[in-house]
Design a protein around this ligand. Structure first.
Ligand SMILES: [Fe+2]
Ligand SMILES: [Fe+2]
Length: 240
């Protein structure tokens, strides 16, 4: 197997989900930045694309599914199955983790907020992102995913609906970057207390899951639904 440094990050993780963890560690954005090539993304972070591609090959050899459910090959799954997985795995995780993180934030702001004003900013940014995400996920479940299931059944696709959601993913990606900056890169060595350490760990896991969640929508679900729409339009076009 040879991984080409000119491959896009979205395609790389769609074909080799085991590489997601390595790209997370290197802070190479494969979800909203999934259109970038591996070489360009690596170079923007001062890394050598060929070396990162070699490391990706080692990760890609790990058998799929050996580690976590998120590393399954979703390229070969049915669209309804992929929609179910996104809701049951990723949407549920956001809904389950949000109250826990809000509780940790409230404690940390109460105890350390007077001396560390950026903690209140971290709390506000998380609240604002979480509220937007709840609305976004509800619209996906009520409108977008039923439309994707319809596209799988030959009903065509509303490009504006896909573009609206992709635009919201960009916003979430930017908010995740703000949260990471406000959280000091989630470096637990500088944690103020055990609750703050738990908070930083919870935020980092929340970020990693959201990256996979957005990747599965932007780089796997949307292109597949668009391809179905294009195939349907070609089938219906009048023959010359
Ligand atoms: Fe989603
Ligand atoms: Fe989404």
């Amino acid at each position: 197997m040879v991984i080409d440094p000119e491959m896009t990050l979205g395609r790389l993780v769609a074909e080799h989900p085991q590489c997601a963890r390595l790209l997370e560690e290197l802070h190479l954005d494969f979800c909203c930045g999934g259109e970038q090539t591996l070489a360009a993304a690596a170079s923007a972070r001062g890394l050598d694309g060929a070396t990162v591609a070699l490391a990706c090959e080692a990760f890609a050899r790990i058998p799929q599914g050996a580690d976590q459910e998120g590393e399954r090959d979703w390229l070969s799954a049915g669209i309804p199955e992929l929609c179910d997985h996104i809701v049951e795995c990723h949407h549920e995780r956001v809904r389950r983790e949000r109250p826990r993180i809000e509780e940790l934030l409230a404690t940390v702001v109460r105890v350390h907020g007077a001396k560390q004003p950026e903690l209140a900013l971290l709390q506000d940014t998380f609240r604002s992102m979480a509220a937007g995400l709840e609305r976004h996920m509800a619209r996906e479940e009520q409108q977008l995913f039923p439309a994707c299931r319809g596209a799988a059944a030959g009903a065509g696709v509303d490009e504006q609906l896909l573009a609206l959601h992709a635009g919201e993913h960009e916003q979430v990606g930017a908010q995740l970057g703000e949260l990471r900056a406000l959280g000091g890169g989630y470096n637990r060595e500088g944690a103020l207390c055990s609750t703050h350490r738990s908070l930083l760990g919870a935020l980092e896991r929340f970020e990693a899951d959201l990256h996979r969640h957005i990747h599965e929508e932007n780089n796997i679900l949307f292109p597949r639904v668009r391809a179905l729409g294009a195939a349907g339009a070609a089938a219906q076009a009048p023959r010359a």
